[in-house]
Design a protein around this ligand. Structure first.
Ligand code: ZN
Length: 177
């Protein structure tokens, strides 16, 4: 198990469109180790998602989810994800990011999406997601295109430090992605 260093806003690695992963790269020891290390890193930082550029990797891959049967976001690895927005529905909710520590902001996202991706065994998968898991998948897929959640905010009025977020906006601390 290795905890990787997480890149922070301002590092150019977070602003690049990442490279597609070829199917024959997925089964290699280095890709499988990267996936395991990304889960370890995400869990160590108590994040809800972690994309490859956040650990300095120029690859279209993210991990997300919590290993708890009650979690609405079950653990998943998505390689080369493609998102399709199912309908016009949008909702605004709080997001945080391990690459923008201690900051929260309200971000509009599509409510209902379909996502197609390869899993860690190289199998094609697709599913639909709504609400929170749809938000996490959109946040992580944005990272693969060099986009950060602050880019998606309609206004910076809701931009909040974590301490003030906890004091005025939510009793819990939420989750970063
Ligand atoms: Zn993020």
């Amino acid at each position: 198990m290795s905890i990787l260093k997480v890149s922070r806003m301002g590092h150019p690695v977070l602003r690049q469109r990442t490279a597609l992963i070829q199917p024959d790269e997925i089964g290699t020891a280095s890709t499988q180790r990267l996936i395991d290390d990304m889960f370890d890193t995400m869990n160590d930082y108590a994040g809800i998602g972690l994309a490859a550029p956040q650990v300095y990797q120029d690859r279209r891959l993210f991990v997300a989810g919590v290993d708890d049967p009650d979690s609405t976001m079950q653990p998943v690895v998505m390689i080369n994800p493609e998102i399709e927005v199912i309908d016009e529905g949008e909702e605004e909710d709080w997001e945080g990011c391990l690459s923008i520590p201690d900051i929260r902001g309200k971000v509009p996202r599509a409510k209902n999406i379909r996502v197609r991706f390869l899993d860690r065994y190289g199998n094609s998968q697709q599913f639909t997601a709504s609400g929170f898991p749809a938000r996490v998948i959109q946040h992580e897929t944005d990272h693969l295109n060099g986009v950060l959640f602050v880019d998606r905010m309609k206004s910076f009025e809701s931009l909040t430090f974590l301490e003030e977020y906890g004091r005025y906006w939510d009793s819990g601390s939420g989750s970063d992605g």
